[in-house]
Design a protein around this ligand. Structure first.
Ligand code: HMG
Ligand code: MG
Length: 303
């Protein structure tokens, strides 16, 4: 047992929004069999996760790795007290999600023109025409809607993203009726001062979550900074798997184990069992045929 050493200005408790089954598996070269995906989700719930982003109802040709969304949801045993949100880009996706009786979805917008075209086949402006009826219909049906903004710090084609542009996109999404806005560092280039500046530009951290990819090894430092700025929801993927197929330079998300190691050490509650997470990542690494990139998984799985 480690003795925690706290730091001032941190929340007592953090919600870890697990994205491994969606953001992680969407970028794996191998298509993982649906039974294994269902087991992954069950293991995550068994490790204490209360929110597990399970799959995407996107076009199956765009993300073939998640083309089995219906089959997976039919297999996942939805435990009381655990949320199983899914990604939905448009009304066709919403129809599919509603048919599977999901109670939470996430729409995903771009902060830049180029990524809106590459990821959604829409312009920066016309992406909102796609999201507006999705959010309105979902909310009317009693389904909660989270929103992502991608490329919040920089974009591989356009360079640094202007902060006011991110804030405008984010506020429009919240204005549609989304309960939370997850700020995506899709290509993992953010550094702590930039994170603070972006959160401050929103005026309040209350409805913000953070979503860091660990491409440049900055995800943990950025997360600590976001927590000190008042954010209390952090996206992470067990084992650090992940990326975005439409942003080649994106690698895995912040590993849930790396996050939990830090938060346990700080005495911040997550409700997660680190040992069970590591067991899950070791099992998953066997399935994917490559070791987890998480340093904590590597250290703890050596025994
Ligand atoms: P489009 O080609 O413009 O679609 O793609 P469309 O509206 O013109 O429809 C064309 C055909 O696709 C139609 O069929 C539709 O029914 C069908 P047809 O009438 O011709 O037979 N279709 C669908 N079928 C099944 N499910 C659907 C669906 N939608 C249309 N949902 C679209 C537009 C948004 C669909 C496409 O661009 C797409 O699927 N994009 C998803 C890309 C993606 O999933 N990227 C990864 C997730 S984002 C991410 O990872 C970032 C994040 O982690 C945060 C961060 O890190 O920053 C969230
Ligand atoms: Mg992502």
């Amino acid at each position: 047992m480690r003795r925690p050493y706290g730091l001032e200005g941190l929340p007592h408790q953090v919600t870890v929004y697990e994205v491994g089954p969606r953001d992680g598996l969407q970028n794996e070269a191998a298509v993982v069999p649906v039974e294994a995906k269902a087991e992954f989700v069950a293991r995550l719930a068994g490790a204490g996760h209360k929110v597990i982003e399970t799959t995407s109802f996107v076009h199956p040709k765009w993300v073939p790795q998640l083309a089995d969304a219906e089959e997976l949801l039919a297999r996942v045993e939805r435990r009381p007290g655990v949320r199983y949100p899914v990604l939905v880009p448009n009304e066709r996706g919403l129809d599919r999600a509603l048919a599977m009786e999901v109670d939470e979805i996430a729409v995903f917008a771009s902060a830049t023109e180029t990524f809106a075209a590459k990821n959604l086949n829409r312009s920066l402006e016309s992406q909102f025409d796609m999201f507006e009826p999705v959010v309105a219909r979902a909310v009317a049906a009693g389904v909660r809607v989270r929103a992502y903004v991608s490329m919040c710090f920089a974009d591989p084609w356009e360079g640094p993203t202007p902060i006011p542009q991110v804030v405008e996109v984010g506020e429009r999404l919240l204005g549609l009726g989304c309960y939370e806005l997850s700020l995506g560092d899709t290509i993992g280039v953010a550094t702590p001062g930039h994170v603070t500046a972006l959160i401050e530009a929103f005026g309040s951290p209350d409805r913000l979550a953070v979503h860091f990819h660990d491409t440049y090894g900055q995800a943990l430092g950025n997360t600590l900074t976001a927590l000190r700025a008042g954010v209390t929801t952090v996206d992470a993927s067990t084992g650090g798997i992940g990326g975005c197929p439409y942003a080649e330079s994106a690698t895995g998300n912040l590993a849930t184990e790396d996050l939990v190691w830090m938060l346990d050490g700080l005495g911040v509650e997550t409700g997660l069992d680190l040992g069970k997470l590591v067991e899950t990542s070791t099992w998953l690494a066997g399935l994917l045929g490559r070791p987890s990139p998480s340093r904590v998984v590597q250290a703890l799985s050596k025994g």
